[in-house]
Design a protein around this ligand. Structure first.
Ligand code: NI
Length: 182
């Protein structure tokens, strides 16, 4: 068990690009994935990317359930190495995102609703999928980490960044749902 420190918003290391994995047999890759799983579970996250624990390799995981999110819907539990994605639709969906590197904050982020993505599992097997809805969102959020992008950079209006604990947050959510910030 190795729970690593999660880098938080404001740490410049989160804005550095990550490098491709070249050796799938490297024991360090297995250790990294173990550390990512342990850290993600410790913080009750549903996904995590390697740079969040200060390792700049293109490794992400997503679709993991937690007591807070017991149902991940159609998001398959996935460990993905060297991911690539393409946008398949101009249609955008909005959602209040959260992130282990941005604790207590939520941001309303619009992202393409349909993508295709590919990459490799821990054993080097090729994975290729199409995804929509929350599945597409979670892949885009995690892959963004590998390019040094955190979700606040994707929030179109700074007013749509909010403390989840703030009493007015529910009012803000209602206003967004009503299209007031459209
Ligand atoms: Ni994140």
């Amino acid at each position: 068990m190795a729970v690593k420190k999660v880098l938080h918003l404001g740490d410049p290391r989160l804005y550095l690009p990550s490098q491709e994995v070249t050796d799938f047999s490297d024991q360090k890759l297995k250790t990294l994935i173990r550390d990512m799983l342990d850290t993600m579970r410790h913080h009750a996250g549903t996904g995590i990317a390697a740079p969040q624990i200060d390792v700049r390799l293109r490794v992400v995981m997503f679709g993991f359930t937690t007591p807070r999110y017991p149902d991940m819907g159609d998001v398959p539990q996935t460990i993905l190495i060297n991911p690539e994605l393409v946008v398949l639709s101009d249609e955008m969906d909005g959602y209040w995102e959260s992130c282990l590197s941005v604790p207590t904050l939520r941001g309303y982020v619009k992202r393409p609703s349909k993508i295709a993505y590919c990459g490799y599992d821990l054993n080097g097997n090729y994975i290729e999928r199409e995804a929509s809805g929350f599945h597409a969102r979670t892949v885009q959020h995690e892959v963004d980490h590998l390019d040094g992008i955190l979700f606040p950079s994707r929030v179109s209006d700074a007013r749509l960044l909010a403390y989840e604990s703030e009493a007015g947050y529910s009012d803000l959510k209602q206003q967004v749902a009503a299209g007031i910030f459209a």
